[in-house]
Ligand binder design. Structure first.
Ligand code: CP3
Length: 349
């Protein structure tokens, strides 16, 4: 595809700083258990097999596009593929989420093998390449990774957690081990995203779901600085590829994050007031696109409140580049009709 053809896609235009009306949209976790066609395939293979089998991952990525015609298709994969590809054990247990063998020491770190990543993730790049052919012309293909801090949270804790206390304690008590882990993740995340871009990803997103756990000093050390390095590696090599950053629950630190990391798009979580963040960005980083941030619970509930809230967010950001999205992923029991209603509401003028 030529650069001029790809730059016509509405989502890419918005990610590159154009204010479009209506704004383009896609949803975090748009492929998922709320779709009956997803549940049908889910029975056939476990989660990691689904992520690493191009036939299945391509189909799961396409399902929400077929149903709703979203402007963006996010690769069906997971942020924990990276530690798994380095050899850390990973299992998704029903009702518990991800379970990993925890990394807590220098010796644990030494057992990780970054040389495995390229081979283990080859099927994921194959999925992306297939998608460049099977997606509609106007749909943007989005690659992604977890940000180093959030991926480190799962690697150190060994599972999900309400507060990731073990990880945050390690950050204070074993700064050398923690910083080595973050450095490893910075380099390997950038490498993995280079591979996704070479395979066909037209934009990339960094998910930092647990960024909001940190006080400002730790936020600068474990969220802003590692993200800045990844963005700079990406921008040096692929300056035309937009980068979206999602520092979830960062509050007002989200503005400093956008300014210092250099992300082109700041994805807002449910708690952020888009008008307040937009006003701060207008002073410090007026070219940053905003993405977000409808509460997934409102999508789950549906009805008139869904239409009103969605249009209120859309209308409040009309003057600046905006990509409509949720403030976190689609909830599991969301009625699929509500997603169709949301898409219609955002696109109706
Ligand atoms: O549709 C999409 O958004 C693309 C694919 C995608 C998944 N996970 C698929 C998935 C993306 C972008 C992610 C990101 C991800 N994964 C994050 C960051 C965003 C966020 O939600 O905060 C995190 C923290 C993870 C780690 C993870 N993966 C957890 C904690 C879980 C278990 C919870 C759950 O919902 O089951 C997963 C599993 C997972 N990742 C599923 C899907 C569709 C469910 C797996 C299944 O079908 O059993």
């Amino acid at each position: 595809m030529t650069a001029s053809a790809s730059s016509q896609k509405p989502l890419l235009r918005a990610l590159k700083g154009e204010a479009l009306w209506p704004p383009p949209l896609w949803l975090m976790r748009q492929a998922g258990r709320y779709l009956p066609e997803f549940r049908a395939l889910r029975a056939q293979a476990d989660f990691l097999t689904r992520c690493t089998t191009p036939d299945i991952a391509e189909e799961l990525t396409l399902q929400p596009i077929r149903r709703y015609g979203m402007d963006g298709a996010i690769l069906f994969s997971d942020i924990l593929i990276l530690p798994w590809a380095m050899g850390q054990s990973l299992e998704f247990v029903e009702g518990k989420g991800p379970i990993l063998q925890p990394i807590r020491s220098e010796e644990d770190l030494k057992r990780l093998d970054p040389k495995r990543i390229a081979d283990v993730t080859a099927p994921i790049r194959e999925t992306l390449t297939r998608l460049t052919k099977s997606l509609p012309e106007q749909t943007t293909l989005i690659g992604f990774a977890g940000s180093p801090f959030t991926v480190a949270c799962y690697m150190v804790e060994g599972s999900g957690s309400r507060d990731f206390a073990i990880t945050r304690k390690m950050m204070m008590e074993e700064p050398l081990v923690f910083d080595r882990l973050i450095d490893l993740l910075v380099n390997q995340t950038a490498e993995m995203l280079f591979g996704q871009i070479e395979a066909g990803a037209q934009a990339v997103m960094l998910f930092d779901s647990w960024a909001g756990l940190l006080p400002p000093s730790a936020f600068r050390r474990a969220v802003i600085e590692p993200t800045r390095k990844i963005v700079s590696l990406l921008n040096d090599r692929y300056p035309h590829i937009p980068v979206v950053g999602f520092p979830r629950l960062a509050g007002v630190m989200a503005v400093e994050y956008a300014v210092k990391t250099g992300v082109g798009t700041l994805a807002l979580d449910t708690s952020a007031d888009p008008v307040q963040i937009a006003a701060l960005l207008d002073q410090h980083a007026p070219h940053v696109t905003l993405q977000g941030n409808l509460d997934p619970t409102i999508l789950f509930s549906g009805g008139e409140a869904l239409v009103q809230e969605a249009q209120a967010i859309r209308d409040s950001l009309r003057h600046r580049p905006h990509v409509f999205n949720l403030g976190h992923g689609v909830m599991q029991h969301t009625p699929p009709e509500h997603v169709a209603e949301l898409v219609a509401a955002v696109r109706s003028l």
